[in-house]
Design a protein around this ligand. Structure first.
Ligand SMILES: [Zn+2]
Length: 459
């Protein structure tokens, strides 16, 4: 027999014990699956309840700040000054922004003196012109390098577009739409991006400026993007965090495909915010918060969680862990994991860990097995042969489904897809598996992604 190295032996043993486990558990699984079928998974119930964050509403924060939530994918706010107003972020669709602008003008007819973009993502910039009527000399403020990292002109633009549609569930049937984790399930399609106005004032580290009698302190704050900023208003004790904070675990990596988001800087940006005596906190998405103590706690646990994921990942890497071992190992301490603002509705810890890991060492995680792995086809053939042929493998897939081991079932179908065995049957099983995975997901992007892939197979 060919000599097997440790990695090879480990893989072989894992595969064999899983196969054995499946054999042993097959017989008494059918009943439980059927009775559970109708019951909604608690994660789904929780995700549905999270939709209350996106109920359309203009929320007054003190006397001079108004935040519009739920009118589009993100928030837009108005600060009322002495002789004019300041708009913070401008939604994505011009049509949605126009609706909010009408409501803002019902509150005050004062003209717009400035617009601040917290960062360059299209969902915060596309409706700006809606807020301006006849005003001239409107200051439009953003950070130096604004929008530079956007991947609009990426050579893999087609891939990004497809993945974006899956992440946000853009093509899902109505019955499957819940929410997008930090946005409602539906966002306006009325003239998307057509109200965008480019900035005419940019800064590097910080900008202190008085507009309509309101003192604004703008600070560069790398995080979700490298052009992110936050706005602090000392008179109103209100802080606009942009997308570095929202009520969900932060999206340290976006599955639609994103460049590295500087996780360490992100955590530190949040810690900096928590140093201000904030009485109202306006996130880029989800509802605003009021109350100094509560806000301080939220910012503090958020920053601590981000830095904890970062530090743990770095430690694992230095201790020689492989990528998957690191992913398996990094967890939030229980007290943080239970916080309502750190639930994984949007970002997920394993995705963040992978992103940090790859950022520092690239694709090779140090394990010799991964240096020159077998081709997909070769691995599939070996695995199928090992379990006793394609029919047997198909049976293992069915058994895994009965056991509700959907991830395992999905991975096994990869082998059958690869060799092209019983295509129609395997596709049907994959659709069932993907929908089952979706039905258990708390994370909206993951849920949307599974479902989108399932419907793509159906069609
Ligand atoms: Zn956003």
């Amino acid at each position: 027999m060919k000599k097997m190295n440790n990695e090879g032996y480990r893989r072989f043993r894992t595969a064999m014990s899983l196969a054995l486990m499946l054999l042993l558990t097959t017989n008494f699984s059918c009943k439980t699956v059927n009775s559970e079928k109708k019951k909604e998974h608690p994660n789904l119930t929780k995700l549905k309840a999270h939709s209350s964050e996106f109920t359309p509403e203009i929320i007054a924060l003190g006397h001079n700040v108004y935040t519009a939530v739920g009118f589009d994918g993100s928030n837009t706010s108005m600060i009322v000054g002495e002789d004019g107003v300041i708009i913070i972020d401008a939604l994505r669709a011009l049509g949605a922004a126009e609706k909010v602008a009408v409501k803002f003008r019902e509150i005050t007819p004062k003209p717009v003196k400035a617009i601040v973009y917290t960062h360059g993502h299209g969902d915060h910039t596309g409706g700006a012109s809606a807020f301006i009527t006849n005003e001239k000399d409107v200051i439009i403020i953003a950070r130096e390098g604004f929008k530079e990292e956007l991947q609009d002109l990426s050579p893999v633009g087609e891939v990004l577009k497809r993945r974006n549609a899956r992440q946000f569930g853009r093509n899902l049937p109505k019955k499957d739409i819940i929410n997008r984790g930090v946005a409602p399930g539906y966002t306006s399609k009325d003239r998307v991006g057509q109200g965008y106005l480019p900035p005419n004032r940019t800064f590097n580290d910080s900008l202190f400026i008085k507009v309509a009698g309101v003192q604004l302190e703008l600070y560069a704050a790398d995080g979700e993007t490298n052009d992110q900023l936050f706005v602090w208003t000392p008179q109103l004790k209100t802080l606009f965090s942009g997308d570095n904070y929202y009520k969900a675990f932060p999206n340290l990596y976006a599955i639609r495909g994103s460049r590295y988001r500087d996780v360490k800087e992100w955590g530190e940006s949040i810690m900096k915010m928590s140093g201000f005596p904030v009485e109202h906190l306006v996130p880029g998405h989800t509802r605003p918060l009021s109350g100094k103590h509560r806000i301080h706690q939220c910012l503090d646990n958020y920053g601590t969680a981000i830095l904890s994921v970062y530090d743990q990942t770095i430690k694992c890497m230095n201790d020689g862990y492989s990528l998957q071992q690191t992913v398996d190992h990094v967890k939030l301490p229980k007290t943080l994991a239970e916080q309502p603002n750190l639930q994984e509705f949007y970002g997920m810890i394993p995705w963040g860990v992978r992103s940090i890991y790859l950022h520092y060492v690239g694709w090779f995680d140090g394990s010799p097995s991964n240096l020159l792995p077998l081709s997909e086809m070769s691995e599939a053939k070996h695995m199928i042969e090992m379990v006793g042929g394609e029919r047997k493998m198909l049976q293992y897939v069915k058994d895994a489904i009965k056991e509700s081991s959907f991830q395992w079932a999905l991975q096994l179908t990869d082998y059958l897809v690869c060799v092209g065995y019983e295509k129609a049957k395997v596709i049907d099983l994959r659709i069932l598996i993907l929908k089952s995975l979706a039905s258990q997901q708390l994370n909206a992007p993951a849920r949307n992604y599974y479902l989108s892939c399932a419907y793509e197979l159906e069609n």
